[in-house]
Structure formats: C-alpha cells, structure tokens
Ligand binder design. Structure first.
Ligand code: CTP
Ligand code: MG
Length: 180
C-alpha cells in the first residue's frame, strides 16, 4: 500500500515538473492579459474569431514566463534534454500550450460560446493537447521517453484539478472575470 502511494506520488510529481512550463505559460497569460485582442476584434460569421480573452500581451507574456520557468528547471536538473534539444522542448511546451489555448477559444466561438462561458474539459485540457502536439512533432524522442503512459494519465487527471484551483484563486484576486 505504501509502495503504491509512493509510486503514485512520484508519477504525479514527474507530471507536474515536466508540464510546469506549460502550466506557467497558461497561468501567467491571465496576469499579462491585456488590451490588444489577437483577432483584432474581427468576426467569423456571427461570432468573434477568438474573442477578447485572447490578447497579444497574454500570448507573449505567457510564453516568456513559461520559457523562463523552464530554463530555471533546466539549470536545476536538465529535465528537458541536452543542448540544443531542451530549447525545442521548452518552445513546444510554451508555444504549444498557447496554441492549444487559442484553438480551444476558436472552437468555443465556432459553437457560439461567448468569451468566458465554460466548456468543461476543453477549457482545462486544450493547452495540454497543444503542448503535446508540438512535442510529438518537434521533439518526439524526448516526449515518448519522458511522457510514459502513467505520466500521461497523471497529467490528464491532475491538470483539470490544478486548472480549476488556480483559476479560482485568480478570480478571487480579481484577475479573472469568471471562477473557471
Ligand atoms: N489571456 C490573454 N491572452 C491569452 C490567454 C489568456 O489575455 N492568449 C487572459 C485573458 O484576460 C483571459 C484570461 O487570461 O480572460 C483567462 O484565459 P481563458 O480562461 O483562456 O479565457 P476566457 O476569458 O475564459 O475566454 P475563452 O472563453 O476564450 O476561454
Ligand atoms: Mg477559459
């Protein structure tokens, strides 16, 4: 029993550590979120292309914060591979997570959901999908070596929990308009 708990805790810890640059990218997009919408206020049909919740400030601020976080982790234990591999990995984690987030909002607008209206699972996991897609395309070996099936499962289970928790904190601190 104790052994099982230790194995689960280790897996969860690995999942959080490897995904941390993506988490930081996503969370700090809220902090940097600004005034210049990436879609420039344009519409596709009756709805905005992306909406006011996706800004250039959030995009670049979020990616930069995620990269800085990853660099610090890399200095600590080289989790993200050797030079220059780790640069590709960190770019995939940060840019991929923003790509996933934008794609999620794009899809939400296409099905007619206004900015901030919740879409369970997509809201919590779109950025994970984006990060994994870019890792799979640009750093496949590192991805498959590090994201074993148990780590993948841990990410899918813990990300929605962490996401809801941080969003609730952001809402309480007045940085987010809705608690999800
Ligand atoms: N944000 C931003 N730019 C981004 C991503 C996020 O400015 N590229 C900021 C916005 O202020 C946004 C907040 O972070 O409102 C939370 O992001 P998210 O929950 O993804 O956006 P929502 O407002 O919920 O909009 P959507 O319905 O499109 O998910
Ligand atoms: Mg959202």
């Amino acid at each position: 029993m104790l052994l099982i708990m230790i194995i689960i805790a280790t897996t969860v810890w690995t999942a959080i550590w490897l995904m941390l640059p993506a988490y930081v990218t996503n969370a700090s997009a809220v902090l940097f979120g600004g005034k210049r919408p990436i879609d420039h206020g344009l519409y596709l049909g009756k709805n905005r292309i992306l909406g006011d919740g996706k800004t250039y400030e959030g995009l670049f601020g979020g990616c930069s914060a995620g990269l800085v976080c990853g660099m610090l982790q890399q200095l600590y234990d080289s989790s993200f591979g050797d030079f220059p591999q780790f640069i590709v990995v960190l770019l995939a984690l940060s840019a991929g997570s923003m790509l996933g987030d934008l794609t999620g909002s794009f899809l939400k607008r296409r099905i007619g959901l206004k900015r901030g209206v919740p879409l369970p699972l997509i809201d919590q996991l779109d950025f994970v999908a984006g990060a994994w897609l870019l890792l799979f395309v640009f750093a496949r070996e590192w991805f498959t070596c590090n994201f074993s099936p148990d780590v993948i499962l841990a990410v899918i289970v813990i990300t929605p929990v962490l996401h809801l928790l941080t969003n609730y904190i952001g809402f309480k601190l007045g940085m987010k308009e809705v608690p999800w």
